[in-house]
Structures are given as structure tokens and as C-alpha cells.
Design a protein around this ligand. Structure first.
Ligand code: BEZ
Ligand code: FE
Length: 287
């Protein structure tokens, strides 16, 4: 293995992987080597360009900390997260479609009772009431299903992006009743820009792309004996539905948030302002 040339190099690197290594590791590593070499052969980078690429990845790593995951953001904005999601969740048509988890999920959100206000203590925003059912693949209600819910604040930041504010804002876990129903109060979801002050933002600008996501609420819906689903409810008519920065929109997840005049809310509360009402059922497949 000497005197390698532009032509013979790829084969030599592939052959260097020991035949005794775990087959999956070998397949993954060798596919990466083949695709990386093919990429380099296609673009024929100058040495300065190659270094620029390495510096970009180095900055991406340095941008990560306990609250910021720039590599997830890179995977999301390159459409890789949605591709991995699609490959891993080839579900039947009647089951709720999955979408990107994103970097802002936090474990340990408080469990709140049916009907509680997800947006308690949050400034601004117009009231919204969200309700629906969790069903199995045959349309039967699932009692005790868990809905882990999180949402961006009306100021377009997640709580974890703002250390000045209390944690666990707009985060809660709800459980369905015996009839499979869930409901909670919140504020109208708003569209927001994903963090674009780091390398991913640089990349988006270099590619002539914007960083906006259409308004949505995140859900992880799970129940014993069923496959959990990581998904969103998107707000119908949002201007970014057709250009989501992370390619996560699916038609079945776009929901009308009907505007209602002041009066009685679905939970019986008197409302002095306009409010919105959304209905969405989730459907889980058996494991
Ligand atoms: C989110 O919706 O929270 C999100 C998803 C992907 C990248 C950034 C944010
Ligand atoms: Fe989000």
C-alpha cells in the first residue's frame, strides 16, 4: 500500500478497514469513505476551500454547549434529520406522521392536569385552546396516553434560549382521559427564526436561505403497547409553511386555529378578548 494515486487511493482506504470489525461498523465507515471520496472527486476543492470546510465544522463544534446543539441544527437545515425520520418511521397512512424533534426538547417537564394553561406565567400572546383525542390505529381512544408538549414563547425564543427567565416555560406533560381526550390552554404559536448567529446561520445566508420555521406546537405522544410519535401541530395559513428552514412540514399536521370573538371559551371560562380554538387527533400504531 504505497505509491497510491488519485485513482487507487479510495480502494486502498476501503481495504484498510479490518475484515474482523463488526459488519455494521464496516458498512457505515466504508459508505462514508466512498461518498466522501466521491464528493471530493466531484467538487475538486482547492486546499484553501477544504480548510474552509474543516474550519466550518470546527466552529460548529465550538458553538455547541449544554443549551445549544449546532450539529443537530446543521443536520436539520440540510434536511438530514427529516430523511433519518422518514427512513425510521415508515408508518401506515392512518397513523400520525412524525416530524423533526429539533434541539429544544427538555426532559422532565411538569405533568399538568387536563385543561391546564401551558403558558402560565408567560408574557404576551393571544389565548388558544387545543383539544383532541389520542386514538389507536383502529380509531379506538387510548386512555392514559402521554403528551409531552413544548412551544416557543410569544417573543419567539424557547425558554432554554433565555437564561434570564424561569425554566420550563411553555412545557408540560398531559395525559388523556378514559375517552382518549386531551385539552389544554396555551398562547397562539408564532413563527420564529432558528438560531442563526452561528455557523448554520452563515451557511443559510451563503445559500440564500431564510432561518424561519412556521408556527407550531411540538408533541411527543406515547402510550404503552404503541409506537411513540415525535410530531408537531402547525398553524394553518402560516406564511412559512412552504419554506420551513428544516423541511418538517407535512399536510396532515397543518391545523386550523379558528378565531373566536370574546365570549365563552371551550373550557367554560369567560374570555374578554378574541381567542383561537384548534382540534387535532393523534393516532398511534401498535408496536
Ligand atoms: C424546533 O422546532 O424547535 C426546531 C427544529 C429544528 C431546528 C431548530 C428548531
Ligand atoms: Fe419549534
Amino acid at each position: 500500500m504505497r505509491q497510491l494515486t488519485e485513482e487507487s487511493l479510495t480502494h486502498a482506504v476501503l481495504a484498510a478497514t479490518d475484515t474482523s470489525v463488526d459488519p455494521r461498523t464496516r458498512d457505515v465507515a466504508n459508505a462514508l469513505i466512498r461518498h466522501l471520496h466521491a464528493f471530493v472527486r466531484e467538487i475538486e476543492p482547492s486546499e484553501a476551500e477544504w480548510l474552509k470546510g474543516i474550519e466550518f465544522l470546527t466552529r460548529t463544534g465550538h458553538t455547541c454547549d449544554a443549551n445549544r446543539q449546532e450539529f443537530i441544527l446543521l443536520s436539520d437545515t440540510l434536511g438530514v434529520s427529516m430523511l433519518v425520520d422518514a427512513i425510521n418511521h415508515r408508518r401506515p397512512g392512518n397513523v400520525t406522521e412524525s416530524t423533526v424533534l429539533g434541539p429544544f426538547h427538555v426532559h422532565g417537564a411538569p405533568a399538568l392536569p387536563m385543561g391546564a394553561n401551558l403558558a402560565e406565567g408567560v408574557d404576551g400572546g393571544s389565548p388558544a385552546f387545543v383539544e383532541g383525542r389520542v386514538l389507536d390505529g383502529n380509531g379506538k381512544p387510548i386512555a392514559g396516553a402521554r403528551l409531552d408538549v413544548w412551544q416557543v414563547r410569544p417573543d419567539r425564543l424557547y425558554d432554554v434560549q433565555d437564561p434570564e427567565q424561569p425554566s420550563m416555560q411553555l412545557r408540560a406533560v398531559f395525559h388523556t382521559a378514559a375517552d382518549g381526550r386531551y385539552r389544554f390552554r396555551t398562547v397562539m404559536p408564532v413563527s420564529y427564526a432558528i438560531p442563526d448567529d452561528g455557523p448554520v446561520g452563515e451557511m443559510l445566508r451563503a445559500l440564500g436561505r431564510h432561518p424561519w420555521r412556521p408556527a407550531h406546537i411540538h408533541f411527543i405522544v406515547s402510550a404503552p403497547g404503541h409506537a411513540p410519535v415525535v410530531t408537531h401541530v402547525f398553524v394553518e395559513d402560516d406564511p412559512y409553511l412552504d419554506s420551513d428552514a428544516v423541511f418538517g412540514v407535512k399536510d396532515s399536521l397543518v391545523v386550523a386555529f379558528e378565531e373566536r370573538p370574546p365570549g365563552m371559551a371551550p373550557d367554560g371560562a369567560p374570555m374578554e378578548t378574541h381567542f383561537h380554538v384548534a382540534h387535532h387527533d393523534f393516532s398511534l400504531s401498535a408496536r
